[in-house]
Write a new protein. Structure first.
Length: 81
């Protein structure tokens, strides 16, 4: 059961990252969930690779990378209302 919860949270995480990237960089309202998840996966991979050149990836840095899209998404939703 725990593995299903982790898979679900990972998919939501990648979707939110991709949605944020598409809205911010491409300035388009993309409703394709799989495309958003692919963009999110690519972006998270590149960010992790770039950070790993300068700092080792540990729990603190990974948590910061994990939490950023949730705050940006919530801030964006609040500002739209």
């Amino acid at each position: 059961m725990l593995i299903l919860i982790k898979i679900f949270l990972t998919n939501i995480y990648l979707y939110l990252y991709g949605r944020t990237i598409c809205d911010f960089y491409f300035k388009k309202n993309n409703n394709n969930e799989s495309e958003n998840a692919i963009f999110g996966t690519i972006f998270v991979s590149l960010i992790a690779l770039i950070i790993n050149f300068f700092l080792p990836l540990n729990k603190v840095i990974s948590t910061i990378i994990f939490v950023i899209p949730f705050f940006v998404f919530i801030k964006k939703k609040i500002s739209k209302k």
